[in-house]
Design a protein around this ligand. Structure first.
Ligand SMILES: [Zn+2]
Length: 282
């Protein structure tokens, strides 16, 4: 690959390369077949609120904009060890700044494995006129700290608050909240400045993404208090986005075991000793 100036560039990860991080798209395509799955849980994430729920390896989870455009902030942990959690930076390097069907969400070191694979996405996959794409890994969830800094007020319904409250029953705390997948958000980086920008959420009623759980995970989702991102919520020109806030829908499916034939939950990457030779030195 070369740039317009002819300078050679190299992608960090090339989807056509034949290495261990590739996935078999045709295998994942089969998981979209409604006849091969059974709904086992269904609930809503209320307006400006959060929910957390487990998804077992081999299950599919669908997240839907059930009443129209709404941003959703997603966190993920291993169900068995919350030190293993979604890693936005490495996922950006491997999958791109925005995720869609066939993208995988990777976990932190020293585990470093796919936690979830997107198997469906009904939102636009072509960039907007300004180059915005959906479901970014560039920004992170809103929190009471930026709200206080930019608006001068306390506000406890941010995504950070919603995620922290939702995981408390699972014995996790605000320190476990991490950088999110900005589901349904349409965002980009201005080419001339590199600054992060947001466009209104393009999702319609009934749009959804589906995630296949590669390992047992705990998911948490906040229905962002900035709603559909059409009204600024931070800074002196802010308005009140509450009329644009809507709930999100969550549904978990068991998959027919026959469809899972040939699949194995990924192991963590095993390497040599990270600390090398730690023999005492005289
Ligand atoms: Zn938010």
């Amino acid at each position: 690959m070369t740039t317009g100036s002819g300078i050679p560039v190299r992608r960090f990860h090339d989807a056509s390369s034949d290495d261990a991080s590739q996935l078999d798209r045709a295998w994942y395509d089969r998981l979209r077949d409604a006849a091969g799955r059974t709904s086992v849980a269904r609930f809503d994430v209320p307006v400006r609120d959060g929910r957390a729920w487990p998804v077992r390896a081999g299950q599919v989870c669908r997240i839907t904009t059930i009443e129209g455009p709404q941003a959703g902030d997603l966190n993920a942990w291993s169900l068995h060890d919350p030190r293993e959690r979604f890693w936005a930076a490495r996922t950006r390097m491997l999958e791109g700044t925005h995720v869609t069907t066939y993208s995988r969400l990777w976990s932190t070191r020293p585990f470093h494995r796919p936690m979830l694979t997107l198997i469906a996405d009904t939102l636009p996959t072509t960039p907007s006129a300004r180059g915005a794409r959906c479901h970014d890994l560039l920004g992170t969830g809103c929190d009471p700290f930026i709200w206080k800094l930019k608006n001068g007020v306390d506000f406890d319904r941010t995504c950070y608050n919603n995620l922290a409250r939702s995981i408390a029953p699972f014995h996790l705390t605000e320190f476990d909240v991490h950088d999110v997948v900005n589901l349904f958000m349409s965002t980009g980086l201005e080419p001339s400045t590199g600054m992060y920008f947001m466009e209104p959420v393009p999702a319609k009623r009934g749009d959804f993404v589906e995630l296949f759980a590669e390992i047992d995970v705990l998911l948490a989702l906040s229905s962002c208090p900035a709603g559909d991102i059409s009204i600024p919520h931070l800074g002196t020109d802010r308005g009140d986005p509450s009329p644009t806030c809507r709930p999100l829908g969550v549904e978990v499916f068991d998959v027919d075991p026959a469809l899972l034939a040939g699949w194995r939950s990924p192991e963590r990457v095993v390497t040599g000793p990270v600390y090398g030779d730690m023999e005492p030195r005289s």
